[in-house]
Design a protein around this ligand. Structure first.
Ligand code: FES
Ligand SMILES: [Fe+2]
Length: 427
């Protein structure tokens, strides 16, 4: 039975209780608004920083620069096999504890303990301060009181999340029904990973906007199909199979049909030869029954589901048995770092490997097309020559995202002393 279908009357937008008027995008062009997002969103919500496969053994670690949350964190696998997170700062005089050649760049490795480059203090994998250089020179130093500052760290389906807010609900409660309905998908089997990372000159929400609607796909990405096919697609336009909103999280379910295509003439020669393309390798693994959150409308033409786990983590589950993640890490009101990772079951033959490579390079081409448009959009939004933009029903998830962000800021300001609110309102 279908888990969710389009409401019989009205629009998705009204169905989810969202306003249907034009939007102004002030939240994407304001440095002051971005400062509020850092405190109200990125320092209060669960942020996905990686996967357990990145910590294959005791002492394996990686760092993440969380500019938006105003810190850098170390994620490490402790002696019990659990992931732990700490602020990446030495308790002696505040040096960044783990970095290689460039202090602002992320790093990874394996160690028995962390040693500060400045005066040699050492910390165990559990964060405990284990060694102080010339300890006798200090004044009643209680080493137990100077362990690394911990950051909340929880794992869902192999995805490692951190949260800087000690009062936030658990990760499981925060992911709610959307997380529960995806549990059981074989994420852990897809360990063949291709990673892309790019600095994009646009507000972080604008890129999420571009990836939560497919209204643009037949137009912006027209050249990906053969000429005749793209003319047909543009004529038909785009309509999703289903949308879902669960609390702060949301998803769109979309048709597929290109993996394999109905008709080989629809795709380019390289795709015919490699049996692959944007939708993934045509001969993907059989994953058996999928969890109820995938293809929620049980549509026979289903091809991909795109989940936005608020605030900045997207998960795309493709019918041919692979998945993609997107992360958007803001670095200022009009710049962010985008990460796109493709995850496949490790190939068993050279042919399978080539098919995965073609999916990966095709993805890159699409993402570049999207990224270019974003920078063009950001510059003109900032001109404020136009300030009211109509959104259609296929753009419902953009409206939801911006609404949820504004709600988090309003709740945050509600909890602040009045003077702080006045200052931020005036700025
Ligand atoms: S700042 Fe780390 S040992 Fe001094
Ligand atoms: Fe796109």
């Amino acid at each position: 039975m279908a888990h969710f279908t389009k409401p019989s009357e009205g629009s998705w937008t009204e169905h989810f209780g969202l306003d249907t008027g034009p939007v102004n995008y002030e939240d994407s062009i304001s440095p002051e608004h971005f400062e509020l997002e850092r405190d109200a969103i990125f320092r209060k919500t669960w942020l996905n920083v990686g996967r357990m496969e990145q910590l294959p053994r005791t002492g394996a670690y990686f760092t993440r620069e969380l500019h938006a949350a105003r810190t850098s964190v170390i994620i490490v696998r402790d002696a019990d096999g659990a992931a732990r997170a700490f602020h990446n700062v030495c308790r002696h005089r505040g040096n960044k504890l783990v970095w290689d050649d460039f202090p602002r760049e992320e790093t990874s490795g394996t160690c028995r303990q962390f040693t500060c480059k400045y005066h040699g203090w050492r910390y165990g994998l559990d964060g405990e301060l284990t060694f102080v250089q010339q300890e006798g020179e200090f004044f009643d130093l209680d080493k137990e009181a100077y362990g690394l500052a911990p950051v909340r760290c929880e794992v869902w389906e192999g995805f490692i999340f951190v949260n800087l807010d000690d009062d936030a609900a658990s990760l499981e409660d925060s992911l709610g029904e959307m997380g529960a309905d995806l549990a059981g998908y074989p994420f852990g089997e897809m360990t063949q990973v291709t990673k892309y990372r790019a600095e994009v000159g646009a507000n972080w929400k604008l890129f999420i906007d571009a990836f939560t609607e497919f209204y643009h796909a037949p137009v912006l990405h027209a050249k990906q199909a053969t000429a005749e096919e793209s003319r047909k697609l543009a004529g038909v336009g785009y309509e999703a199979l289903a949308y879902e909103v669960k609390g702060d999280h949301a998803m769109v379910s979309s048709w597929g049909g290109m993996s394999p295509p109905k008709d080989l003439a629809m795709v380019k020669p390289i795709e015919r030869v490699t049996r692959s393309g944007l939708f993934g390798p045509w001969d993907g693994p059989d994953l058996g029954e999928l969890p109820p959150g995938v293809n929620p409308s049980d549509h026979p033409k289903w091809g991909v589901d795109s989940f936005l786990l608020f605030p900045n983590f997207m998960l795309l589950i493709w019918k041919p048995g692979w998945y993609l993640t997107y992360h958007y890490w803001p670095t200022s009101y009009n710049t962010h770092i985008f990460e796109g990772n493709l995850y496949f079951v490790p190939p068993k033959t050279a042919r399978e490997r080539v098919a995965q490579e073609l999916a990966a390079v095709t993805f890159k081409e699409y993402a570049l097309q999207d990224g270019n448009t974003l920078e063009a959009t950001q510059t003109m939004l900032e001109s404020q020559a136009v300030t009211a933009f109509p959104l259609n029903d296929q753009e419902v998830l953009l409206r939801h995202l911006h609404t949820v962000c504004r709600r988090h800021i309003a709740e945050y300001l509600d909890g602040q002393p009045e003077t702080a609110v006045r200052i931020s309102a005036a700025s």
